[in-house]
Structure formats: structure tokens, C-alpha cells
Unconditional design. Structure first.
Length: 525
């Protein structure tokens, strides 16, 4: 039987093997990194409507563990099954299909040690409030949003990727369907002129192929692709107003096509409650479809404009929240985490920029401040920027990508460094009900942020009862805007101050410079 190979893609992100039929041959193409992407390509029926008429999947088995992976139609009679091995070892596969040409094909792939930069997909930590890569590497989310960047010209997309390489951002929120002027706008085959003339039963495979090239490019740069599946702003095309059957077909297609990329996250919708054609019961149903279609079990969320979705539902892995006021102090941010029992990302907190809209004119200081308050509250924030010469956000970073003009990104890189130097388990709010305004890990690492206050002194007082609270600490004074860290002389040796607090009798306070956006870090020695 004829066998073809697709080779190794950039940066060892993907090792892909393809077979038209029959068993896989021996050789390097039968090896892929753990958490890489392995692909089977098969030739089958091209007549009728293969998106509806043909079903294909492959069951991969290693050490008695089966994983059934749905396939998809990629045009011109080609069907693909994409698999990301979760474990090392030899995975044998067999295809199942209602089309004879695709049924009963067999082969194998050996999952080998991941290469440099491949830490596996991001998961929720065992404590339920933070993120970690599959290999145990902590993931400190500093995300951004550029809704239709992936739908712009190749040159504009290249500019966006270059900007990301020089930025701190490790997650990109991005729409499948266009919401601003874009170079490509038709995910479905068109049936005539006019925005609403398209066939939801036939995907434009070139559109989806182009989009996944952007997913893969982000993966090569170590950036998570937070894929927004629906939104209410598609210029009356109606992509988010499909029937249930059409929605199900779409979700199964994107899950089969993109779910094996280890950097994929699913955002079911941006501002879901502004899509009036769907009820909460509809969204619940669609989450069930997505979960069933995604054997790789990627992270899942949904984003609101006014009405919070119940993030406690079991198919939600983390809360994606729009709320700028909740990150104006640490306690309000922390309450979201307490109520959901899951990691919280405030993916939209208004944007840095010069927009005439109230949601798009934060200063760099205001954007940075929101990240710091959320961090102390044990949560995470997403950035974007609306700066544009004509003050039209559609053509800014938020809408189309390109370059950044704001002042927050370098400060967020500085915060990311602070986070990465912090507790391996993540930064948690410490006794938030009692007004300490401290984040970190009790008895080991503390962070106190002052925001727009301008204190010239801070009483060095920590919560703690038992002997484990009587530690010595070094103390750093951090200027979060000027990005400086100054170590205070000596140490602070804690002794009992009350039934609930400790302090150093010899050094009860520390002088501060009386500027805004200062922070204190204390680390046990």
C-alpha cells in the first residue's frame, strides 16, 4: 500500500505521519513527542457531503489504555485523525468508519520524550485554583486578547507573532468567526452574495486550515490559544445563531481538527449572554457536545457581558470573567475564586488605549494595577489594547493584532517575573476576610500591594498563630511601575504580637517612598 509522510513541523512542535491506506511503515515518522501531534491521513469518499455522510475515528491503545479520537474531512477526499499522546510508549491504532475505504486501517506510533519547550498541555492544579503544565511546570497566566488577529493578512499575522515574541503574554484569546474587518471572513462555503448566504453543513477547509496554522505558530512560541467559538458581533452573518444540529456539527469539527494541539483552550463564547438565539440550556448542551468530542480534554470556559454563567458546572475548568471593578482590590477578586471553587481569569477588565468608549481608555497604570490586585487575590487577568490613530478599536490590537503602543506590557513582564519567583503552588490570598491584603503562601512568601495609595510607612505585621509563624524574612520594596526591587537591610524576625499576629519588636515598621503602585515582598529565610 502507498504511504506518505508529512514530516516534522517547526520547532519539533509536531511530528506528523500520514498513510493513505494499510499499516504504517517503520521509521522516524512513526515517532512523536509525548504531547506532540500525530496525524493519520486517509483517502476516502469525496462525493455527496462528506462532513455529514462520513464518520471516521481511530482508537489508540497503549498498555491497555484506549483513547478514541474522532477524525475530520479536510477536502479533496482526504480525512485526518489527529492524536496527542498523553503518555510515553507504543500506541497502536485502528480506524473505524462507515466508509469501507477508511475502516479497519491499522498502524502505530511511539511517543518519545518531549523536546525542549514542550511541557505538555495546561491543566488545573490539584488545589483547584491555579494552572500547571502536564509535566509539572507551573503556568502563570499573563494573557491578552486580539479577537480577529488570525483572520488578518499573512503580513499582519506575522507582525502580531513578532509582537508576541517580545511580550510577556502567554495566552491569546482569539475568535474563530470574524468580529471586525478581516482578510478572511467565510468559515462556511458560500451559496451566493450577501453576508447571510452560506451553508452551515459545509466547512471552507482552507479557512480552518489557515486558522490552525496560527494555532501552531502560537504553540511554537509557547503561547496558549484560547479559541472563542461563538460571539455576538459577526456583522449579521449569523454564525453564532445556527440551529442545534449545525452547532453540533461545528463543535465536533473544530474539536477533531484542533483539539490535538497541546496549546488549545476552548472558550465557548465571548459575551455569551448577548447571543439572544441561545438559552443557558443551549449552552449547557453545547458544552456536553464539546466534552464528548474532545478526547484530549482541553481547558473550557465561557465569558459573559452581564449575566454570569454558573462556573461551578462540572464541564467548566476555569472561570473566564468580564469585570473591571472586581480587580480594583484584591478581596473582590478573591471572592470570585471562593464562589466558583476554580481558577479565575478576569479575561476582560477594560483595555489600555485611546478609544472613545469607556471600556477602551485605561491608562497603562490602570491596566497594570488591575493585574496586581488580582494577583494578590489569587486570580489572573487578561490584557488588551485599543490604541489606534483614529480611535477605532476595530483596527487596534484588540481587533486585529499588529503592534502594541501602550505602556503596560513591560510592567506585566515585570509582574510575571515576580509571579515566577513566587510559590511553586501559586499565589493565594492569605486570610482575605480579615483585611490583611496579602497574597502568597503562608509562613513562606508574602506579597502586599498598595495600588494608588502613597504610604510612607508600613507596619510589618503578618497573620499567624502557631510556632511555624515565628520565621525570619527578608523584605523587598517593589516599585511596580518603575520596575525596581530594593532589598531592606537585615532581616525581620517575627515574634508573637497578639493571638492572631506576629511582628518584629525591634523593627515594627518599614519606611516607604510615598509613591503610588508600590508593593512589599517578604520571603522566609
Amino acid at each position: 500500500m502507498n504511504i506518505t509522510r508529512r514530516g516534522i513541523l517547526q520547532g519539533s512542535t509536531v511530528v506528523a505521519a500520514a498513510a493513505s491506506s494499510g499499516a504504517m511503515g517503520a521509521g522516524r515518522a512513526d515517532r512523536t513527542e509525548r504531547w506532540g501531534l500525530y496525524e493519520i491521513a486517509l483517502t476516502g469518499p469525496a462525493s455527496g457531503n462528506p462532513f455529514d455522510d462520513v464518520r471516521v475515528s481511530a482508537t489508540f491503545t497503549c498498555d491497555g489504555r484506549p483513547v478514541r479520537v474522532p477524525g475530520f474531512y479536510d477536502g479533496d477526499g482526504t480525512y485526518r485523525v489527529r492524536f496527542s499522546p498523553p503518555d510515553l510508549g507504543l500506541w497502536r491504532w485502528t480506524t473505524t468508519s462507515n466508509a469501507t475505504a477508511l475502516d479497519g486501517q491499522t498502524g502505530s506510533v511511539r511517543a518519545v520524550e518531549p523536546g525542549r519547550g514542550n511541557h505538555g498541555p495546561v491543566r488545573v492544579t490539584r488545589d483547584g485554583f491555579h494552572f500547571v503544565h502536564a509535566d509539572g511546570t507551573p503556568y502563570r497566566q499573563i494573557g491578552t486578547t486580539s479577537y480577529s488577529w488570525a483572520l488578518q493578512s499573512d503580513a499582519k499575522c506575522a507582525q502580531t507573532l513578532a509582537t508576541l515574541r517580545a511580550s510577556p503574554f502567554n495566552k491569546m484569546r482569539m475568535c474563530v468567526f470574524p468580529n471586525v474587518p478581516s482578510a478572511v471572513t467565510d468559515p462556511f462555503v458560500r451559496t451566493g452574495p450577501g453576508a447571510a448566504n452560506w451553508d452551515p453543513a459545509r466547512f471552507d477547509v482552507a479557512y480552518f486550515r489557515r486558522f490552525e496554522d496560527r494555532i501552531r505558530a502560537l504553540c511554537d512560541q509557547g503561547i496558549q490559544a484560547d479559541i472563542i467559538l461563538y460571539h455576538p458581533y459577526d456583522e449579521k452573518r449569523g454564525y453564532s445563531d445556527m440551529t442545534r444540529a449545525d452547532d453540533e456539527r461545528y463543535l465536533r469539527y473544530v474539536a477533531a481538527r484542533w483539539g490535538a494541539y497541546r496549546n488549545v483552550w476552548w472558550s465557548m463564547a465571548n459575551e455569551y449572554d448577548a447571543i439572544k438565539s441561545k438559552s443557558v440550556a443551549d449552552w449547557d448542551h453545547l458544552f456536553g457536545v464539546l466534552v464528548a468530542a474532545d478526547p484530549h480534554d482541553r481547558l473550557r470556559s465561557i465569558h459573559q457581558i452581564n449575566t454570569y454563567y454558573d462556573h461551578r458546572k462540572p464541564w467548566i475548568t476555569h472561570a473566564s470573567v468580564q469585570n473591571g471593578a472586581a480587580v480594583l482590590d484584591d478581596n473582590r477578586a478573591e471572592l470570585h475564586r471562593t464562589m466558583t471553587g476554580k481558577p479565575v481569569i478576569f479575561d476582560e477588565v477594560c483595555y489600555e488605549g485611546n478609544s472613545t468608549k469607556r471600556w477602551g481608555n485605561l491608562t497603562g497604570e490602570e491596566m497594570t494595577e488591575r493585574f496586581w490586585w488580582a494577583t494578590v487575590g489569587g486570580t489572573y487577568v487578561g490584557h488588551s489594547e485599543t490604541t489606534e490613530p483614529n480611535r477605532n478599536a476595530d483596527f487596534s490590537w484588540l481587533g486585529q493584532g499588529g503592534s502594541l503602543a501602550g505602556t503596560s506590557a513591560p510592567r506585566l513582564a515585570f509582574l510575571k517575573r515576580i509571579m515566577e519567583e513566587g510559590p511553586g503552588t501559586g499565589i493565594d490570598a492569605i486570610q482575605p476576610w480579615w483585611g490583611y491584603h496579602l497574597g502568597g503562601q503562608e509562613y513562606a512568601w508574602y506579597l502586599r500591594y498598595f495600588g494608588q495609595e502613597k504610604p510612607d510607612v508600613w507596619q510589618v505585621r503578618l497573620p499567624g498563630k502557631g510556632p511555624e509563624s515565628l520565621k525570619r524574612y527578608h523584605l523587598d520594596i517593589i516599585d511596580t511601575w518603575n520596575m525596581t526591587i530594593d532589598r531592606a537591610d537585615g532581616h525581620f524576625s517575627m515574634a508573637r504580637a497578639s493571638d492572631y499576629d506576629v511582628h518584629d519588636f525591634n523593627r515594627p515598621s518599614i519606611a516607604l517612598p510615598g509613591r503610588p503602585y508600590m508593593a512589599i515582598r517578604m520571603v522566609a529565610v
